[in-house]
Design a protein around this ligand. Structure first.
Ligand SMILES: [Zn+2]
Ligand SMILES: [Zn+2]
Length: 148
């Protein structure tokens, strides 16, 4: 079965052959600007369980020596996912494009030092001032997996 996602106009869809996703919310300023919203929801999946249908437009931005390739729908310009040169085997979904997005709950909040003041986070979910280390992030994923 798995999960699927779609852009606003429906020209681009994708599937993830996996039943559960670990979604995290990033409150950094870049995510606020790029999403035009208070925070962005991301989900990291292995590239080999991910498939995209329909041609995407791409643009590349480089931050800290890492190249990020952003994929968006060329018709409605919804941003769908990105890949980066540091973790080429992973795909980073814009989790709000998942068809089940209303049922997803972030398992971690990152960059809460830039969080908008009206956003109140649940106390039971790990939250990090900035980017967590891979170990810290791994521990948050493990805690979420135990809870599920
Ligand atoms: Zn579209
Ligand atoms: Zn961010």
């Amino acid at each position: 079965m798995g999960l699927s996602g779609i852009c606003e106009c429906g020209a681009v869809t994708y599937s993830v052959k996996q039943e559960t996703l670990h979604v995290y919310a990033c409150h950094c300023l870049n995510c606020q600007t790029r999403s035009g919203s208070a925070f962005a929801e991301h989900a990291m999946v292995q590239a080999d369980v991910f498939e995209c249908y329909g041609a995407t437009g791409t643009f590349i931005r480089t931050t800290g020596g890492i190249e990020f390739t952003e994929h968006f729908c060329p018709t409605c310009h919804t941003r769908l996912f990105n890949q980066n040169s540091m973790l080429p085997e992973m795909v980073f979904l814009r989790a709000g494009t998942l068809e089940s997005s209303q049922r997803l709950e972030p398992m971690a909040h990152i960059w809460i030092s830039r969080k908008q003041s009206w956003v109140t986070l649940p106390e039971t979910i790990p939250a990090f001032e900035e980017s967590p280390s891979p170990e810290e992030f791994g521990a948050a994923v493990e805690a979420a997996t135990r809870k599920a």
